[in-house]
Design a protein around this ligand. Structure first.
Ligand code: CP3
Length: 341
């Protein structure tokens, strides 16, 4: 029964204490077993497209820590890869691809996306078979704005200036790109749900570089469109939306997008998080640097979140992905501290 899955109970509005816990990027380079499998796979994308190895790395943090949710091992940039944008991940440089322009946007063809991503759906169904019954399986995609920032710049940037500039200079092409990414993301999330994902998360990691008007047009509107389309096919779908850095704009984000739960980064004050929790479930928001530091910094961060948000619907998580420098023992301590609260 899905009701045995604590994350699913919180997503339907229940308060569960101690709260269920998982960490963004929980499968990753801080784990020696991940680094071994990653080497075996060759390239990062080969790892994403190997159902056998992607299943293995998804399960690694579940075996080690018994998290309440497993997140499909893949990347938000498999969509541009499925659009033939020449996506590469180079050691120490992060993601790279050929920057797109207005003509490139007009020529994008999404018709092969689902066949290109069939191995990901195979991973999802293997995972649902392999996971403990009580573990929630999360699928995910990047939000259109965040995916577009990488497609336009061709690499990561500190402030997404290239995408912001492109949006001002080429508004029609930019809208067309967000629209296409919204449609493809909705189809991709539906396929993950059909393959066995219990719930899905939409990552808008670069929401925080936008002004109010642009946040509304580039973040809220496309995410609302995705959620609407997913719910047309799967009315019961549970959806978490994470708009990193959105600050005060989060006060209406849940209502405007239709998300069940909202993810909070570590800069969201707990007093404000408490108000957001009056509207529904929240997920977050420990500073990943507290996991690197360990000790008192870790304990105090965990305790503050539990004290402020523990008596409402909460999924305990970090405020962004765990970093490669984190000590795996600190994660053990985090999970024990949450579970013994
Ligand atoms: O465990 C999990 O959370 C599942 C897997 C997952 C990855 N990426 C694996 C990954 C998820 C959910 C993502 C999401 C993702 N990818 C986001 C949104 C969340 C966030 O962190 O903001 C973004 C912006 C990306 C794009 C991306 N992928 C970047 C910028 C990088 C390079 C930076 C880095 O950490 O190296 C990646 C590569 C990547 N994706 C790695 C992993 C484990 C590291 C690459 C490697 O192992 O060589």
């Amino acid at each position: 029964m899905v009701e045995d899955r604590k994350v699913m109970r919180v997503l339907s509005g229940e308060t569960v204490f101690p709260p269920p816990v998982w960490l963004m990027r929980q499968a990753g380079r801080y784990l020696p077993e991940y680094r071994r499998t990653r080497k075996e796979a060759g390239s990062f994308l080969e790892l994403c497209y190997s159902p056998e190895l992607a299943t293995e790395v998804t399960l690694q943090p579940i075996r080690r820590y018994g998290f309440d949710a497993a997140i499909l091992f893949s990347d938000i940039l498999v969509i541009p890869d499925a659009l033939d944008r020449d996506v590469r991940f180079e050691e120490g440089r992060g993601p790279l691809m050929t920057p797109i322009d207005a003509a490139g946007i007009a020529g994008l063809d999404g018709s092969r996306m689902l066949s290109h991503l069939a191995p990901v759906m195979e991973t999802v169904s293997r995972l649902r078979q392999a996971l403990p019954h009580e573990t929630t399986l999360l699928g995910f995609c990047g939000a259109p704005w965040t995916v577009a920032t990488y497609m336009i710049a061709g690499h990561g940037t500190p402030d997404q200036a290239p995408a912001r500039l492109f949006a001002y200079r080429e508004p029609e092409a930019f809208d067309a790109l967000l629209d296409l990414l919204s449609d493809l993301s909705a189809d991709y999330l539906c396929a993950q749900i059909e393959a066995g994902a219990d719930a899905v998360q939409i990552f808008d990691s670069w929401a925080g570089v936008l002004g109010e008007t642009e946040f509304e047009r580039f973040c809220v509107k496309p995410v609302r469109k995705i959620i609407g389309k997913v719910r047309q096919r799967h009315p019961q779908a549970r959806i978490i939306a994470f708009a990193k850095g959105a600050g005060n704009l989060l006060s209406t984000y849940r209502q405007k997008t239709g998300a069940d739960a909202i993810g909070l980064d570590w800069a969201v004050p707990l007093s404000f998080a408490k108000n957001l929790q009056e509207q529904g479930p929240v997920q977050g928001n420990l500073d990943p640097m507290r996991v690197v530091a360990g000790g008192r910094a870790l304990d105090e961060g965990v305790d503050a979140i539990l004290a402020e948000l523990g008596n409402g619907p909460l999924i305990f998580n970090l405020g962004h992905g765990i970093t490669p420098q984190a000590d795996p023992e600190h994660v053990t301590r985090l999970v024990e501290r949450v579970r013994s609260a």
